[in-house]
Design a protein around this ligand. Sequence first.
Ligand code: ADP
Ligand code: MG
Ligand code: MG
Ligand code: MG
Length: 417
Amino acid sequence: TDTKPFVALCPETLPQRLGGLAALIEKLGENQGSWRVKEVGDGNLNLVFIVEGERGKVIVKQALPYVRLVGESWPLPLKRSYFEYHALMRQSDRDPGMVPEIFHFDVDQAIIVMEFLSPHIILRRALIEGQRLPRIGRDLGLFAARTLFRGSDLAMTARERKQDLALFSDNVELCDITENLVFSDPYFEASLNRHTSPQLDGIVAELRADRDLKVEAQKLKHLFATKAETLLHGDLHTGSVMVTMDETRVIDPEFAFYGPIAFDVGMMIANFWMSYFSQAGHEQNGNREAMRDYLLNVIETIWATFCEEFSDLWRSERNGILYQRSLFEDRGDLLGAEQALDHVLHEIWTDMLGFAGVEIHRRILGLAHNADFETIADLDLRARCECKALKLGRHLAVNRRHIHSLAEINSLAKRLE
Ligand code: ADP
Ligand code: MG
Ligand code: MG
Ligand code: MG
C-alpha cells in the first residue's frame, strides 16, 4: 500500500484531510465544512487539536518529527505515536474507563483521534488552583496497580509478555530522553538545564558536588534502563491526568516502555510533593493549609491503594511465569506467597522513593520544568519553594533504603515547609 509522506496538520487543512474518516463523521457529523478546529496543545512534544462538528467534539493528536518545546534542531521520531496508541489500548484493557476512548489511528501520519475529555481539566492546573479533588488518590493508586501488575511477568503468559517487550523496545528515543533528562542532566551543567538563578545557585552547586546523590541517581538510571519489569506509562505526572470532581483519566503514554514498576509510582507521587511545596507560591487568594494537608493525604492514599490492589491482584491474577502458584498456594503454602509479596512490595517502595527524588530534581534543575513552580511570579518566593523540594528530593534519593513510612517523609516535608 502507498504511504503518503508525513505532513503536519493545521486547523485550516484538518477538515479536508480527515473529513472522509468514518470514525470522525460518526462523532462530528457529515458536514465537514462546518467543523471548527482549535490547536490546544500545551505539552512539550506534540500537536493537539479540538475538532468540533454538529454532533460533538473529538481530540486529534499528532506527533511532530521534532521536539515541539525545542524546535526542529531536536528531531524525534513519529513512531512515538505508535507506542502511545498501543499503550492506550493496553491501559484500557487493564484498567477500563481510565484512558480516553480511541476512535482512529493513522500510523504514517502519527495521528490519534480520541475522546474529547470535557469538562475535565489537567490535574496539575486543578492543584495550582487549590482544588481538592476527592477521587484522585484512589483512582491513581488503582490505575498504577492494575496497569503495572497486569503488564508484567506476574500476570502475562511468557509469549504475550515477550512480544510486548519486543514491540515497545523500539521506543528508544523517548527512553533516551528520560535516561538523560531525569537521571543525568540535573547533576551536571548540561546545556539544556536551567534553574531559578541566582537564588538557587548555591544549592545547585551543592547537589552537583554531592557524590552520594550522583551515585544513587546512576543506580536509579541503571534500574530504569535494565529492569524491564512491566509496561510503564513512562510520563505519569500530574500534567498527564485529567480530572473532574468525579472522574479521573490518564492521557499521554507516548513514553511507554518496559521498565521498573516503581518508576511510574515514584514519578506520580513526586509530583504531589512538588505541588505541596509550591502551595506557598499560590496563597494570594487565601492560605493553602487545608490544601497542603490534602496533598499529603493523597500521597498516602495513592500508595495505600496501590499496595492493596497490587496485593489483591497478586492473590487472584498471579498467572504469569513468576512466583507460580504451583510452588506456593497449590502446595498449601499460603505464607510463602505472602512472604514473596512482601518482598516485591518492599522493593517497589524503596525504588519508588528514589525515582520520586530524582523526578523532583529534574523538574527544578533540568529542561522540563512544571507549572506548579513556574507560575510563581515572585522569583524569591519560587526559589524558596523549589529549595525545600530539592532538599526533600535529595533525602529520598540518598536515604531511600532507610525510610520506613510515608508518615515519616510527610512529617519531614512539614518541617521543611
Ligand atoms: P503532549 O504529548 O504534547 O504533552 P498531551 O497528550 O499531554 O500532549 O496533550 C496536550 C494537552 O492537550 C493536554 O494537556 C490537554 O490540555 C489537551 N488534551 C490532550 N488529550 C486530551 C483529551 N483526550 N481530551 C481533552 N483534552 C486533551
Ligand atoms: Mg503531555
Ligand atoms: Mg507527551
Ligand atoms: Mg528497611
